[in-house]
Design a protein around this ligand. Sequence first.
Ligand SMILES: [Mg+2]
Ligand SMILES: [Zn+2]
Length: 166
Amino acid sequence: MSLTPNPCKAVFLDRDGVINREKGSYIFEPGEFDINAGVTEALRIFRDRGFILVVITNQSGIAQGIYTHAHVDKIHCILREQFKLQGIDFAEIYYCPHHPSTGKCLCRKPGSILIEKAIGRFGIDPSLSYMIGDRPRDIEAAERAGIKGILIDSNDSLMNYAGEII
Ligand SMILES: [Mg+2]
Ligand SMILES: [Zn+2]
């Protein structure tokens, strides 16, 4: 029996506009958090193909004083619970709380630090992994980490892109 683990592969996901509906305003109340069509189906496909799922999201509303870490934690707790009921687990949900107006950070996308953190923690092979986002900065962050980015239209069904992830 080999003790060498299989290379881990991941689908990284942006949150707003990919998992839940982008509404053009900050989303920090559970009542505003609506899961987009096709997400559950697509995540099941990725899971069944052996990908772990990691969310990477910019939440600069924290630095701007619009909402708090507690709001984000609550939303992410509900997100995890809802998907758990569908048999889907997120390995981690990473968020950047910073905003350029309050100082420079490396974790805000297009920075790739949060992606690299996940790569190190879970032993992810970037060359086998993907990032799905609805902004060019999501794709830029992915490419900086050596991951293939898939740019989608905001709130479009992930099922329209599942075929690109093999
Ligand atoms: Mg987005
Ligand atoms: Zn940051």
